[in-house]
Design a protein around this ligand. Sequence first.
Ligand SMILES: NC(=O)c1ccc[n+]([C@@H]2O[C@H](COP(=O)([O-])OP(=O)(O)OC[C@H]3O[C@@H](n4cnc5c(N)ncnc54)[C@H](O)[C@@H]3O)[C@@H](O)[C@H]2O)c1
Ligand SMILES: [Zn+2]
Length: 742
Amino acid sequence: MYSTAQVQHLEKISKAFLKQPASAKDIDALRKALRFHEYRYYVMNDPLVSDTEYDQLYKQLEAIEKAHPDLITNNSPTQRVGSSLILNTAFPTVQHLVPMLSLDNSYNEADLIDFDRKARENTGLDIIEYCVEPKFDGASISLIYEDDELSRGVTRGNGVEGEEITTNIKQVRSIPLSAAFSEYNIQTAEIRGEVLMSKKSFAKYNEQMEEEGLPVLANPRNAASGSLRIKDPRLVAKRNLEAFLYHVSYYTTLEGKKVSDEMSHEQVYEDYDKTANGEFDAANKKNKKNPDQKDHSKENISEEEAPFITHSESLKMLWDLGFRSPEKEKKVVKGIDAVIKYCREFEVKRDELPYEIDGMVIKVNDLALQDKLGMTSHHPRWAIAFKFKARQGTTKLIGVEFNVGRTGAVTPVAKLEPVFIGGVTVSSISMHNEEYIKEKDLRIGDMVLVERAGDVIPQIVKSLPEVRTGKETIINYPAECPVCKSKLFKEEGEAVWRCINIECPAQVVEKIIHFVSKDAMDIKHFGAANVLKFFELGLLKDIPGIYTLDFEAIGKLEGFGKKSIDNLQSAIEDSKKQPLHRLIYALGIRYAGETTAKTLANAVKEIYDFEKMSIEDLQQLEDIGIKVATSIYGFFHNDDNLQILHRLQDLGLNMKNTKKQSSEESNTLSEQTFLFTGTLNKLKRSDAEELVEKHGGKIVSGVSSKLNYLVVGEDAGSKLEKAKKINTIKIISEDEFLALIK
Ligand SMILES: NC(=O)c1ccc[n+]([C@@H]2O[C@H](COP(=O)([O-])OP(=O)(O)OC[C@H]3O[C@@H](n4cnc5c(N)ncnc54)[C@H](O)[C@@H]3O)[C@@H](O)[C@H]2O)c1
Ligand SMILES: [Zn+2]
């Protein structure tokens, strides 16, 4: 779409405007630059400027247009719902019931104060109540529930139309397939939220990809949006996606009244038609319009009738219906000072959260006030995003080191001129594999854009070839193991070079580190640093050596007091009793991750049973394909490995599947039906429902004679009343429920 010369030109003018803001005479150039960056971001998924930089350019355009309203054109980037770039997708395109707008952005307190001033002016109030919640950094989705059942799931797309991905949405465990909206007098509801991949799942996923030599995902946001578009729903299920739902954009009551976000659909669709310029012609317009769109105002429903009249009440309703809404994360405050305070508090906690957020969203809480404030064709006037400081920076790639992992995989690590990003100094970053380096065309001496996403693991986003001097050098992969000097091999169809010398010291150390790690045998107080230290001193040579450590010798080392030795000793002793699946995972068999290890452990009585299993037998197990089966077979038919297992057994490690069923699963609730109502204190609704299923029970969507147990939380309402009338239903508390599955 853009030639190299055009790309260079557009990058150049973008840089110039970032240095010296554009003026009215530059408006065309500025618009061209913004359209180009939108294309790179939304279509190519390969932005060339950081989000902060894009937002700065966007704000320049807004400011020029504000000063010169006569210069506004229909196709200006400010006049769009979202990106009106037509989606390039294999999924059917469908229209949202209510357009999904963007959010206005702010990066500093002054912007928030300004937002509040305008809101007060437009409402005539002295102080406004806001609901402040995290801005989840994932992929936005819109769901429709009809008659209490999930009927449709759609990506945001261009804001007016999105991709219909219902089957994939059903793989997200925190999205209930049915939710009792009817108890709130709602027949159809369109709700919105964000699909995310947790930092942990993201890191694990990439680790696995790296190990298999497949392309890694850039950040949890791309991971979430990419995962939703996978064709095979089984693969989607494996990505462990999660979802937060935070908005009800539209609903109809059981009596058929329609209530939706105030913005007139007519207006949005007309804007859309105008701006899309030919992409969306007049003939098309009629078909694309939604027949439901006429009545949208809240005026035809009274406050008493409405299931919620504030945003925070809608979050509570969603929570009580079993959705994960930001019910616990949100805070309702009065006035902008309290808003700013809460945003700052959250920013500090950012790294401790299990998922990525890129800011906070501030919403006027009272829905009647929201209506009064209305929306522009780009964003609602009753909400604003407060974006946290960007975690990107540019620095120089000054060298490459090659590390050897536990399976012999050789990973290139970029050495950088130290750069300070979001509170930490980054000076080295994994470049994963040879493909990654080639794909990003990284060279020694390059300036690179570095991003810290997905917790503290930084990534190189891209190199900046436009500032090359010609002195940069290609990165050469070594032919030999950097540690033991044996020749490296690459298997067919893989991108990873490996050292296949099983005595390679680098691999031995990494294997022991993996064995003691938290997800494996979980030997506390051990850790990578101690493994390395003991190994270098000759106190630890292999995995069984963990159980024959010479504590007298260790006691003589600096930093090892009696207390720390006692702790270490008892942690090692405790680990002997770890369940079989942990041991299997800890052995570090290639392609056998935690889930596979559990499947394997459940399939046998003791570990030696694997010696008798053929590759075909292994393939019979759930989710085990030929590649994984071959690797497991190979492991249990290798004398060195078997010898290690026997030594571990002699040292007292558990080799047996102590419970035939995994610790979390049982059949205690076999075929019993459950329903939850009211606010639970200990469990999240979705987790409680999952527990029921794990123990063989079933969740039903309403109170009827088919229901066995109603679990009652705080503020239980109509369900409880209804259940009291049916005497076969057992009404129990949350604690009683927990006791049932103990
Ligand atoms: N780098 C580039 O070249 C480039 C180009 C185009 C866009 N962008 C980035 O994309 C942004 C525009 O993207 P956008 O329109 O998706 O908007 P956005 O990311 O600024 O914010 C809007 C989105 O926030 C999400 N969100 C998360 N938590 C929410 C909550 N609690 N309540 C409401 N919404 C919540 C919603 O999905 C909503 O669509 C720009 O500001 C810019 O940062 C970057
Ligand atoms: Zn080696």
